[in-house]
Ligand binder design. Structure first.
Ligand code: SF4
Length: 458
């Protein structure tokens, strides 16, 4: 978030200063646009705006969309992320929230998007206007898709000629500022790319602590002016006829930024009840020197994924890195339920498993789902499979305890399977699993009993 007060409407400015904006935009690089394209005005004005705000280029993330304006990445000296068509606002919101919730909230995220991208990703803009994350969006509105051959977009004015509206467009254009005003967008402005105060307007939008959108009207010399030679003289008159004003259209100083509201209401970091494992201390020692990949499966509703979760907590209590990936059908409480777990003494950078080191199966549903994994298990590995299941030839060692006759509550059979596995491959102590159960704080006695029975089962 940037705090600054800048003059905007009616403000005059000095000519763009090459030395000043050179910290943000590499002007020695040839602009990658057609001669006369309006995009370069916006690029330079953005750099000038960042300079006006004295922003650290390392604290600016420009998220560019598909289209000619997205080529700006190669010239910028800020962070840049080139994204998919129309989705740059969503990427930007993700970057902003990651920084606000997990970083130091010092990054400013700016979207560069065309009218084509804004048409494709219209709902993303609507959602950002409703949410109010600290993201600035600069729409380069040249009334068509330039990069792909001059096709009309949702922003093409009536009677405007494009390669797909050779007789003149007949569909009224989207008034993006008007539309987002109905979504209570915090900051909205409409300007021409050639307006002298464009850098100040952009700077003001960047300074706004929340969602800010500037619709910048410009011309594509590749197609727009070629098909519509009189357009330069008509833009302002057309806007007036449509009742669309230029300048700062709205600026709500009281609107609360999304990250602030989210932290107050929902963010697990601020909700101890949603994050019981926060700050898990290292109380035990582990024996792992390399990653261990384990898959467990059973019947939905019998605690496969919660047993797996307790297993991961036990691993963290033992000083390990761990990852859990669950799967189950869309049905609730029926069918299979599986968890893929990775335990590692080092950071886990990929959580896929192609050949497991261990497979735990407690029911026919789990076997049906994991049979393929069982047959391609690591030959050095260990499987634990409920005794009454018929299994194929397995490369590694297999234990066949009967949990069904042993554990009173089927919801605990998977915990018993974990305990049986740990008895025969004690890469972390069984006491770590018991400690994880105690920390969960519910159903403790029954769960500890299942662990004890599973541990003694075989
Ligand atoms: S095609 Fe149009 S938008 Fe693309 S660079 Fe050329 S003038 Fe600019």
């Amino acid at each position: 978030m940037i705090a600054s007060a800048l003059p905007v409407e009616g403000a005059t400015q000095a000519p763009l200063n090459k030395m000043a904006i050179g910290d943000y935009l590499d002007e020695n690089k040839e602009a990658p646009y057609c001669k006369g394209c309006g995009h370069i005005h916006i690029d330079k004005s953005l750099a000038r705006a960042l300079d006006l705000l004295s922003m650290d280029p390392g604290k600016v993330a420009v998220v560019s969309d598909i289209g000619c304006m997205g080529l700006v990445d190669s010239m910028l000296k800020t962070h840049t992320v080139h994204t998919t068509h129309g989705r740059s606002p969503a990427f930007a919101a993700g970057i902003e929230l990651a920084d606000a919730l997990y970083g130091d909230s010092a990054l400013k995220t700016i979207v560069m998007i065309g009218d084509g991208g804004a048409t494709i990703g219209l709902l993303h803009l609507v959602e950002l206007a409703r949410m109010n994350p600290d993201v600035t969006v600069l729409i380069h509105n040249n009334f068509l898709y330039g990069m792909t051959g001059g096709q009309h977009s949702g922003f093409t004015p009536v009677n405007f000629i494009t390669s797909t509206t050779l007789g003149g467009n007949i569909i009224p254009p989207i008034d993006i500022c008007g539309m987002l005003a109905t979504c209570n967008a915090g900051f909205l402005a409409r300007v021409l790319a050639t307006d002298h105060n464009l850098p100040e307007v952009i700077a003001q939008s960047i300074s706004y602590p929340g969602f800010a959108l500037v619709e910048i009207l410009e011309l594509c010399t590749g197609y727009g002016t070629r098909f519509n030679p009189q357009i330069q003289n008509k833009i302002k008159a057309d806007l007036k006829q449509q009742g669309r004003r230029l300048g700062i259209l709205s600026q709500d100083q009281d609107k609360k930024e999304f990250a602030i509201s989210y932290k107050e209401k929902s963010h697990p970091a601020d909700r101890a009840d949603q994050r019981p494992e926060e700050g898990i201390p290292r109380l035990f020692a582990h024996q792992l020197t390399a990653p261990l990949r384990l898959i467990m499966g059973g019947t939905a509703g019998e605690g496969v994924q919660s047993a797996a979760h307790l297993f991961t907590v036990a691993a963290v209590l033992s000083g390990l890195f761990t990852a859990q990936k669950n799967d189950n059908p869309v049905t609730v409480g029926t069918g299979f339920s599986t968890s893929e777990l990775i335990f590692s003494p080092d950071e886990i950078l990929f959580n896929g498993i192609s050949m497991p080191d261990a497979v735990l199966i407690t029911s026919g549903s789990g076997l049906k789902r994991l049979e393929g994994m069982l047959v391609r298990m690591n030959p050095e590995g260990l499987a634990v499979v409920e005794a009454d299941l018929t299994i194929p030839q397995v490369p590694g060692r297999v234990l066949r305890p009967s949990f069904r006759g042993l554990i009173p509550d089927p919801k605990n059979v998977n915990l018993a399977a974990v305990a049986a596995y740990l008895k025969h491959h004690p890469f972390l102590p069984i006491d770590a699993l018991k400690e994880a159960i105690r920390r969960r704080g519910k159903g403790v006695e029954e769960a500890l009993d299942a662990v004890e029975r599973g541990y003694q089962a075989i």
